[in-house]
Structures are given as C-alpha cells and as structure tokens.
Design a binder for this molecule. Structure first.
Ligand SMILES: C[S@@+](CC[C@H](N)C(=O)[O-])C[C@H]1O[C@@H](n2cnc3c(N)ncnc32)[C@H](O)[C@@H]1O
Length: 258
C-alpha cells in the first residue's frame, strides 16, 4: 500500500498538530462519561486515588486504565468466531469490568474477569449487579492473581489489555499451554496494546491470525490437530466479520499504531 494511504503513517503527524491532542483527550472523557451514564456503572479511573495506593509504581502488575469502548468494540468485531455462544470470554486484569460489560453485548456463553486488586473487583461486582442496557449474560469476577488462574476446559477467548509485565504473562501462557496439552480446544488470545506480544509470538501452540490497530489475535493450534471451528460469513447478530487474516512472518512485525 502506498505510504500516503496508510493511516498509521500520517496519524502521528496529525496528533502533533496544535490542539488536536486536547480534542482527543476531551473525546475520551466524554466517551467514558457516556459509557458509565448509559450503563449506570462506575468504570472510571482516578489516577490520583491509584497513586495513594501505590499502583502506578508497580512495574509488574500495571495500574487500572479502562479500555476505550470504541477500541473494545473494534477488537470484538475482528474476532472471527462462528458461534460466540459456545465460548467463554475471560478478561485478564478486568478492573471494574468495562471490557466484560462490552463483551456481554456479543453473545458469549459466559464472562469471567480476573482482577488482582480487591477495590476494583468489588466495584466490578457492583457494576454487574446494577448495570442497565446490557444483555443478560453470566458474569463472574475473581479476585486473584492472573498467574494462578487455571483455564477452564471450554472454548475460550482470553483477553489482555496490557495488564501486567512479561513475568506474569509468561506464567499465564505456561498454564495455558499445559491446559491445551491436557485438553486441546479452540482458544483465541487477544492482546490489546500488547507489550508482551513477543511471548505469544514465540508460543508454538498459538498462531497469529490478526495484527493491526494496536491489537494481535492468536488462535490455538496443535501439530496433530486443528480446531474444528472456522471463520464464517458475518452476521449482524454475532458481531463477526469474515475477514480472517492469516499473517505471514513479515506481518508479525506489524505496527501497533492506533
Ligand atoms: C489496563 S487495566 C485493564 C482493565 C480492563 N481489562 C479494561 O479493559 O477495562 C489492567 C488491569 O489489570 C489488573 N492487574 C494487574 N496485574 C494483575 C495480575 N497479576 N492479576 C490480575 N489482574 C492484574 C490491574 O489491577 C488493572 O485493573
């Protein structure tokens, strides 16, 4: 593609223009406010409160930053699943549950959040109890370290919005691989804003399917067996798109620019 048609090439230049960053910041504030108001929840993040608790200085377990709703919806649209009702969606580092509330609109069988910090877990539970305008679905929030989580023997979508450093990610992936060795099944790993993507890239049991716009999507693969699920034509009801992209090795270095 010619460089001038590639938005990743000119977006940084536009962001540097006077006033543009302020407009972007304001639109994020409005988007956040509207999400909470519309769903009757509190998924906001106050960095000053987090500083008192010392979370931003933790270089292993990152602090809370809720995902932008438009980014969450975009990545969910890109998941090439045929029947979402067969899959459990797990958010590693689920915070106050915003990603789970958005995923609830996409027809997953079950939704599970894993959150290290009790204050955030408690707020997620309150949000699940009181939310409006969310399709009924089974929510669960577990207050625990993701490194200790055992993946259930189900078809899974595992979501990571930059929750922790590579030492925790390595433990999570080791547990996932052991679980796939015991019981091979269709598992999709979604890394949003991935600082530890290199660990997933090096995992032979995961094959990169999509790499763009700040996220990477992998699918479980086995040398002896392929998962039976394949991408299907899109249907408006399940938010899927029939645009599965199997990336070549060169695409592994794809830009993460939003
Ligand atoms: C960037 S926020 C993501 C929030 C949420 N996933 C969303 O999309 O709105 C990262 C979250 O990971 C949590 N976290 C950090 N280390 C963790 C760990 N070892 N186990 C579980 N959660 C962790 C943080 O407390 C924080 O809530």
């Amino acid at each position: 593609m010619p460089t001038f048609l590639n938005s990743a090439a000119w977006q940084p230049a536009i962001k540097r223009m006077p006033g543009v960053q302020r407009v972007i910041d304001l639109s994020v504030v409005v988007e956040d406010w509207w999400f909470d108001f519309y769903h009757n929840v509190d998924t906001s993040s106050q960095i000053s409160d987090q500083k008192i608790l010392g979370w931003p200085t933790d270089n292993v377990n990152f602090h809370y930053l809720p995902i932008r709703p438009k980014c969450a919806r975009r990545v969910l649209r890109e998941l090439p699943l045929k029947s979402r009702g067969e899959y459990t969606f797990v958010d590693f580092g689920s915070g106050k549950g915003r990603m789970l509330l958005i995923a609830a609109q996409c027809g997953f069988r079950r939704l599970c959040g894993i959150e290290l910090r009790k204050e955030l877990h408690d707020q997620a539970c309150r949000n699940f109890r009181h939310c409006h305008n969310v399709e009924t679905c089974s929510f669960e929030s577990l207050n625990m370290d993701a490194a200790d989580y055992e993946c259930p023997n189900e078809k899974l979508v595992l979501f990571f919005f930059n929750p922790f450093a590579s030492e925790v990610m390595a433990k999570v992936l080791r547990k996932l691989i052991a679980s796939l060795d015991r019981c091979f099944r269709d598992v999709w790993v979604v890394l949003h804003d991935p600082s530890c993507a290199y660990l997933a890239d090096r995992t032979p049991q995961l094959r990169l399917q999509v790499a763009q716009n700040g996220y990477r999507i992998y699918r479980s693969t086995s040398s002896t067996r392929e998962p039976e699920e394949t991408s299907a034509p899109s249907s408006p009801s399940d938010c899927t798109k029939s645009n599965l992209r199997t990336e070549t090795a060169s695409a592994n270095a794809a830009s993460f620019n939003d």
